[in-house]
Design a protein around this ligand. Structure first.
Ligand SMILES: NC(=O)c1ccc[n+]([C@@H]2O[C@H](COP(=O)([O-])OP(=O)(O)OC[C@H]3O[C@@H](n4cnc5c(N)ncnc54)[C@H](O)[C@@H]3O)[C@@H](O)[C@H]2O)c1
Length: 312
């Protein structure tokens, strides 16, 4: 039964896009899921999601309209952009796909349409860098004819407990009316609750600091593990002891990878440096966490050798 009057177009069908498209599809509110990768739009109707985020049963349960033809986006009036935001070889934000997606969406926009970015970006990216593209491509004025919002994506691929519907969703809009519409639209699919951020910049910043904080905390524990090993101290014993204090934060050593945690501190740093501030802390975790893969590999190689030394 259709509850939403909005027709949603999801732009980018990687890890993040399909669950979003499915959620709105279940409400009968999905106009189209769009991707430039033809193989992607061919396999989803065959009930196969290479990311395993959408199950075969979920894909079979509804007729999800997917397309690689940008003209099909014109059927939507509420666009959700879920394209990748990696870093380049110099660890600088690579916003080229967000800008390309903005050009595509811009061409499909009509008066009254709303564009919400879910891709992780630095604070200010939506209004400073994406809005001019939308305006140029559409010939429409943002805040008068078209409107933007930002809602960070928090899914964790492979995590069956924390799904789009069950994660509290931060939403934002460029003005009070847009914020209410964006909150209402997401409120139809997210059962965990909606947090209305006071501005788009706040919502953008919230996403990158969540992961920067996590990166730094894990890096601290990783560095402790690096130090404790030659001291013959078991890090897990130390964490168990320290964890008995009421305000000790519980993190464990490990590898940090994926699309977000290792990338987002660079987005935050980029924006700080554009303001002339050179962060002392944001990237400190990166230096430690980036070497953990090699450290774990060395440990794996050395451990059997050590174990094979006969005890005296
Ligand atoms: N994967 C995660 O765990 C995760 C979690 C939270 C947030 N995010 C953020 O969400 C965003 C998307 O991440 P993802 O993991 O889904 O990316 P992804 O690389 O898995 O998929 C992106 C999809 O976008 C498509 N695409 C690229 N350019 C396009 C364009 N111009 N128009 C339409 N489609 C285009 C690609 O073909 C691909 O299918 C990123 O900003 C990421 O940081 C990701």
């Amino acid at each position: 039964m259709r509850r939403l009057s909005r027709k949603v177009g999801v732009v980018g069908l990687g890890y993040v896009g399909p669950p979003v498209a499915l959620a709105f599809g279940k409400l009968g509110a999905l106009a189209v899921g769009f991707d430039i990768d033809v193989s992607r739009v061919e396999e989803l109707p065959l009930y196969f999601d290479r990311t395993l985020e959408a199950t075969e049963a979920e894909l079979r349960s509804l007729d999800m309209n997917v397309s690689a033809n940008a003209d099909d986006l014109r059927a939507a009036d509420f666009f959700i952009v879920t394209v990748p935001t990696p870093i380049d070889a110099a660890n600088q934000p690579d916003m080229s796909t967000v800008f390309a997606a903005s050009r595509t969406v811009g061409k499909a926009l009509k008066k009254g349409d709303i564009v919400v970015y879910e891709s992780t970006v630095y604070p200010g990216a939506t209004e400073e860098d994406c809005v001019p593209i939308l305006e140029r491509e559409s010939g429409l004025k943002c805040g008068v004819d078209i409107y933007v919002g930002y809602s960070p994506e928090r899914i964790n691929p492979g995590d069956l407990e924390h799904r789009l519907e069950s994660i509290n969703k931060v939403v934002s809009g460029q003005d009070a009316r847009t914020l209410e519409i964006v909150a209402d639209v997401y409120g139809e699919v997210v059962t965990a609750g909606i947090h209305k951020a006071p501005s788009i910049r706040v919502a953008e910043a919230a996403k990158v600091i969540e992961n920067t904080q996590r990166d730094l905390n894990i890096a601290l524990i990783n560095e402790l593990a690096l130090v404790f090993r030659p001291l013959d101290i078991d890090t897990s014993d130390v964490l168990a002891a320290a964890g008995t204090k009421w305000n000790f934060l519980k993190f464990t050593p490990g590898l940090v990878g994926g699309h977000c945690i290792g990338v987002d501190p660079y987005y935050l740093t980029h924006r700080a440096e554009r303001e002339g501030y050179h962060p002392q802390v944001f990237l400190a975790g990166r230096r430690v966490n980036d070497q953990m893969g090699a450290w774990v590999a060395r440990e794996c190689v050395n451990r059997p050798a050590r174990a094979s030394v006969p005890e005296r």
